[in-house]
Design a protein. Structure first.
Lengths: 159, 143
């Protein structure tokens, strides 16, 4: 029987694959979005920054920044799930991020001036299209401040 | 007329005071009773696909959302600020690399609590890049 891979090797490979997927996208860096991985589960974080504010009096996060954060979380989740088998097989090289067809954001509460978190679920991914739902919260996981559903064009995977 | 000009001035001030809009270098090109045109320059920091160099959809979302909010506050029936309740965006194509992104928003209906808005985004060409529809709050209105 084949010996299982050492845990450090697996972690290193998966972390490198994730960094590969998101690292080259300037807008993710501009917003400051980071990703945390537990196995194949991803949590996106939007660390609070003054440049994200949409209402300086309240203050509250900008609806556009929140929408962009959710879109990034959904897109990266879909890309991650799509390429997971290739990552596991040790394939490297640039990966295409899925293109958004449409995106609908539901603003449930105003975004507070603190960190925000998001997790996305791929409800359906076919050969050409995918439907992804994403939820975002701040202090309490069960008090969502925004949620969204989007449709994406699947990147055409070689092979 | 004076009232409309005042609304436009308020709308410009409204955008100038928004840090996220400033960070994206948004500019108010026109505001007139329920209609707003905003634009932002191409910037490599806002790219979503490094291979093609096109702007990320999130930038389009932010510009459309801001243009729509501006259209709401400039509407004659608006009484104050606004917040997005719901926003849907359809992405028709990528904005061309290097070109300005422009959004035209129209607040076509205001009730006591809700403003209904639609908007379209363009690059420097005439074919739309994205279309949006949204519902916004009407602040300061009596419930």
């Amino acid at each position: 029987m084949k010996k299982p891979e050492p845990v450090q090797v697996i972690k290193k490979r998966r972390d490198a694959a994730l960094a590969d997927l998101v690292g080259g996208i300037p807008y993710i860096g501009f917003l400051g979005v980071t990703f945390e991985r537990r196995g194949d589960e991803l949590t996106s974080t939007l660390p609070y920054g003054e440049h994200l504010v949409g209402n300086p009096i309240l203050p509250a996060l900008h609806g556009g920044a929140v929408g962009a954060f959710l879109e990034i979380a959904a897109q990266v989740e879909l890309g991650w799930q799509t390429y997971w088998p290739q990552f596991e097989a040790g394939a490297t090289g640039p990966k295409l991020i899925p293109k958004t067809i449409d995106f609908t954001v539901d603003y449930l509460r105003s975004g507070l001036p603190r960190d925000a978190y998001a997790r996305a679920v791929v409800n359906r991914s076919g050969r050409r299209f995918a439907s992804v739902h994403v939820e975002a919260w701040q202090d309490n996981r069960n008090k969502l401040f925004a949620q969204a559903t989007g449709h994406f064009l699947m990147p055409q995977i070689e092979g | 007329m004076e009232d409309i000009d005042k609304k436009a001035a308020i709308a410009r001030q409204f955008i100038g005071a928004i840090p996220h809009s400033r960070a994206l270098e948004m500019r108010v090109d026109a505001v007139h009773s329920g209609r707003a045109e905003l634009s932002l320059p191409y910037n490599e920091r806002f790219v979503g696909d490094p291979e093609s160099g096109v702007l990320h959809g999130g930038v389009v979302t932010a510009l459309l959302d801001t243009a729509m909010g501006t259209a709401v506050v400039s509407h004659p029936q608006s009484t104050g600020g606004t917040a997005t309740i719901d926003l849907r965006i359809d992405y028709m194509r990528s904005a061309i690399k290097g070109q300005r992104l422009r959004a035209e928003a129209e607040c076509y209906r205001v009730t006591r609590s809700v403003a209904f808005v639609r908007a379209t985004a363009f690059d420097e060409g005439d074919e739309p890049v994205a279309a949006a529809a949204g519902a916004f709050t009407v602040e300061g209105a009596k419930p």
